[in-house]
Design a protein around this ligand. Sequence first.
Ligand code: ZN
Length: 497
Amino acid sequence: MKVIIGGLAHETNTFSNVPTTLEMFQSYEWDYHETIVNRNRGVRNFPGGMVDRAEELGIELLPTFLTFTYPAGTILREAYDRIKKELLDTIAATEGADAICLGLHGAGVVEGIDDLEGDILASVRQLVGYDIPLIVTLDLHANMTQKMVDEADALLGVHLYPHVDCYERGIEAIDLAHKMVTEGIKPTMHLTRLPLLIPTSATHHSPAREINEACWAWEKEEGVIDCAFFHGFPYTDIPELGVSVLSVTNNDQELAKKVSEDVACLIWEKRDEFELNMPTPAEGIAMALETEGMPIVINETSDNPGGGTPGDGTHLLRAMLEAKLTNACFGFIYDPEVVQIAHQAGVGATVQLSLGGKTDYLHGEPLEVTAYVKALTDGKFIATTPMGQGGHENFGKSVRLQIDGVDVLVCSVKSQVLDEQIFLLHGMDVTKYKIVALKSSTHFRASFEPISARVITVDSPGLTTLNFRFFKYERAIRPIYPLDPATEWNLHQLTRK
Ligand SMILES: [Zn+2]
């Protein structure tokens, strides 16, 4: 048996003023053929699961093209056209495939195309037809569309946030392809969309935990292949955004509908339980200082580069410096200019800097500081987070600065921090600090919750703030909760498109 693998992933924050360019894809991950297999074998991500499972089952892989870049603004049309061409051309060049497994994200927006995934799947179908199984893995933050459902045989969403089960979804995709080809399994899907935006919600905490448990209870039922609670990505201003439930059964449309609607009703009942009001940076710091134990991790959820923000926001770091903290660290702020200055000055130098706040006006003014250059690195390390463990990470040239009592990491590639490796690289043991600050919404919890006394999420103006009223939604179908508090929904309104 032969299976084509490939894919493209982007989570688009349409409120960002930084367009996503071809160069951003090419400089992040842009792989062809055997490189896809060699780079991902044994890595805990989607393609890693696909590669490992296929090799276990003796399936011959036909690797095509895979690209990925960090979330940012709307993807330029020329970039998408090129990516689509690479994927379609490499698929067209394969011979004898029995199935296709693609890794997509599910919140991609291109100039003139609101539904990247629907478009790419329709294009693949134009090329290969509808007789060959087409199975897709997706992020939990996918904004799901009926077009995606219509074009794929099965869509398998990550169940957990932090996304520590991407690898398992990759395995499932290959297993399902195998069963479709060898056992005649016929996946049938039903999508139920809700008029609902939810804030970042870890799935090991309420209420997302109970909703997942309901999905898994359904998965134990005869004939149910998968049931996924998609949180959606609230920072894309497109008509079809928000929460949805997708169920996959073995050739039972009625059952798929029943499962999706049942879980959707549970989500709607719990819509008030998703937490929206977080402390400000100054309030969060005060709470941390009153808390016993260490370290206390403070995450700046409003500037999460993993959601398409600049990563150079200064709201939290400014509050830390103003609070005159002495045993605190911040990892990290994105500022390649500052990194350059520090690398030129060298270890041991004291430099005057204008730090961060350079991308837009939302995330705070630059900080005018005097900083001591403590350590310089290349920003490269191997990930230890359960999400993507073993992956080669590159945050670019980096520096550890000491600004008054705060150790501040500055890197030259935008990224969210998922584990303590970037700190260790610069000689910093996070367990020895009272306060460890970082930019991430939820993924950091997989590594940091087990080693911290408490996690405090702080919110401020920013492109991933949990205060959705901060944004001017112009294209989203209204009403939608919580933007429109009186939004009503029941099963008779399921024709929303
Ligand atoms: Zn996600």
